[in-house]
Design a protein around this ligand. Structure first.
Ligand code: GUN
Length: 174
């Protein structure tokens, strides 16, 4: 008797097919583009230390069980929707204003397929549908560098933004 191959979920196939790796904020990613061109640190302004590639782009996948916890980067980040469930992006500006945006294809329901998170804002994300995944792209310029990435702690964000405690508790792990 031949053994049937073990069933894999659609997102497991995507993780394998695109060679996605775990990301520190939660979810899975793989860098698809890193420009060969480099900008020198003294042309980037005081927020960046050292040189950076012109631009980078990643695939990013979240599942219903795995959210992206609140983090921030220095530069703007452009999110592109590709497949699966719509995704809720939760954003707290440096001034403490909270906003939410649904990234998806149902434009008639107010979803947007592309969205820019302003640099310096804290943001996290959640797959909207149960037992599903969201596959997106994230593009930044200057290119991504973990020196520009900061993962929030729950206590620090609660102290900074007590009005938004509910979403902070939902979208932090430590
Ligand atoms: N490369 C590694 N992590 C990230 C990320 O969170 N965003 C982008 N745009 N690129 C990355």
């Amino acid at each position: 008797m031949t053994q049937s191959p073990k069933a894999t979920s659609p997102y497991e196939q995507i993780i394998k097919g695109l060679d996605l790796q775990p990301h520190p904020e939660g979810g899975f990613y793989n860098e698809v583009y890193r420009s060969k061109g480099v900008i020198q640190g003294d042309s980037l302004g005081a927020k960046f230390q050292g040189e950076r590639n012109f631009s980078t782009s990643i695939y990013f996948l979240l599942t219903s069980e795995v959210f992206s916890s609140f983090h921030r980067i220095v530069q703007d980040e452009i999110w592109h929707f590709y497949d699966g469930s719509p995704l809720a992006l939760h954003i707290i500006s440096p001034e403490g204003d909270y906003s939410q945006r649904i990234i998806g294809r149902a434009i008639d329901q107010g979803e947007v397929p592309q969205f820019v998170v302003p640099g310096g804002s804290w943001f996290g994300a959640m797959v909207i549908r149960e037992t599903d995944f969201s596959l997106l792209g994230c593009t930044v310029a200057p290119g991504f560098d973990f020196r520009d990435f900061e993962l929030a702690t729950r206590s620090d964000l609660l102290l900074k933004f007590p009005l938004h405690s509910e979403i902070i508790r939902k979208l932090t792990r430590r």
